[in-house]
Design a protein around this ligand. Structure first.
Ligand code: ZN
Length: 289
C-alpha cells in the first residue's frame, strides 16, 4: 500500500496525489457503508491496481478541516491584501489573522499590487514586528512571486482575502496551468447556480498544494471564547503574563502591560483597537446565548 493526498472527489471517483502522480481511486465498500466523507487534503492509503488506478483502503485522522473551502489538514492560510485598489483593510486582516490563530494555522500575509505604490507603507513593519511572514508581490512585475511560491512548498495552503485583491492572478502566476481552470469556473458560475462546484487541491510543480478556490471568507469570529482572544494576538500573548491580574483582558484593568505597550508604541494601536472591537463582539455573542 502507498500513501497519498486526496486532491478531489469527482463523479464517484477520488483522485489521489501519490508522489506527484494523480491516481484515480475508488472506495472500499466499508467506507460507503459507514457513509464516511472524504475531503481534499485527507491522507489516504491506496492499494494500486496498475499504474494509474487504485482503491482507497484507509484514511488517516485529520488534524483539522475547514468548512469554506472544505479542505482537510490545512497547514497555512495566505491572507492577500492589495496595497492599493482596494486599499488594505486592517480590520479584515486582523480578523483573518485571529481566525488563523484560533485554528492553529500558520499565516502568511501577502500584500499584492506592489507595482501600484511608490513607497513601502508603514503597516508592513507592524506585521513583520509581530513575527508574521510578509511578502510584497506584483503579478505585473512578477516581483516576489518566487518568494511566495517558496512559502507554499511542502504545505497545504488556502488563500484568503476580499475579491479584487488579486488572489486568482496570484495563483495563476504561481501555477500558469491554472489559468484555463479559473476561466472555466467563472464561465460555469455565470451560467447559473446549478453547477456543482468541486473544490480541488492543485499540486504545485515546486511541491506543496493550494486550494483552487479562495476561502476563509466567513468573517464571523465564530465561537472563539472571549477569554481566548488575547492568545490570538501573538504580541499580546507574549507580554500578558506581566499584567497585575492573571485573567486580565487588557481592557479596563489597572496595571496592564498590554495597555502600557500600546502607549509606548510597542504594540500598534490599530491592532489594539481591533482587539477591543473583537473582544466586544465576542462578549456580545456570549451574552446572547
Ligand atoms: Zn492586561
Amino acid at each position: 500500500m502507498v500513501e497519498g493526498i486526496l486532491v478531489k472527489g469527482y463523479g464517484g471517483f477520488y483522485y489521489v496525489n501519490i508522489d506527484g502522480i494523480e491516481v484515480e481511486c475508488s472506495l472500499r465498500g466499508k467506507f460507503r457503508r459507514k457513509n464516511q466523507n472524504f475531503l481534499p487534503g485527507d491522507t489516504v492509503s491506496v492499494s494500486l491496481q496498475g499504474d494509474d488506478r487504485g482503491v482507497i483502503e484507509d484514511v488517516a485522522p485529520r488534524k483539522n478541516a475547514l468548512v469554506r473551502p472544505p479542505i482537510a489538514n490545512v497547514d497555512q492560510v495566505v491572507i492577500v491584501m492589495a496595497l492599493k485598489e482596494p486599499e488594505p483593510q486592517l480590520s479584515l486582516l486582523d480578523r483573518l489573522l485571529v481566525l488563523a490563530e484560533s485554528m492553529d494555522l500558520e499565516a502568511v500575509i501577502c500584500f499584492n499590487k506592489e507595482d501600484k505604490i511608490v513607497q513601502e507603507p508603514e503597516i508592513i513593519a507592524i506585521y513583520e514586528k509581530i513575527g508574521y511572514p510578509v511578502v510584497l508581490t506584483s503579478v505585473i512585475t512578477m516581483h516576489n512571486i518566487d518568494a511566495l511560491t517558496n512559502r507554499l512548498q511542502g504545505k497545504i495552503s488556502v488563500f484568503a482575502g476580499l475579491s479584487g485583491v488579486g488572489k486568482s492572478s496570484l495563483l495563476n502566476a504561481i501555477e500558469p496551468n491554472l489559468s484555463l481552470k479559473v476561466g472555466q469556473v467563472s464561465e460555469k458560475a455565470k451560467r447559473g447556480k446549478h453547477t456543482t462546484r468541486y473544490v480541488e487541491l492543485i499540486s504545485l510543480p515546486e511541491g506543496g498544494m493550494v486550494a483552487d478556490t479562495p476561502g476563509f471568507s466567513n468573517l464571523s469570529l465564530g465561537d472563539i471564547p472571549s477569554r481566548y482572544l488575547p492568545f490570538c494576538f501573538p504580541e499580546i500573548e507574549k507580554i500578558q503574563s506581566g499584567c497585575r491580574f492573571s485573567q486580565c483582558m487588557h481592557h479596563k484593568e489597572p496595571d496592564c502591560m498590554v495597555k502600557k505597550a500600546v502607549e509606548q508604541g510597542e504594540i500598534a494601536s490599530s491592532r489594539y483597537d481591533n482587539y477591543l472591537i473583537f473582544l466586544e463582539e465576542l462578549i456580545g455573542q456570549e451574552r446572547r446565548y
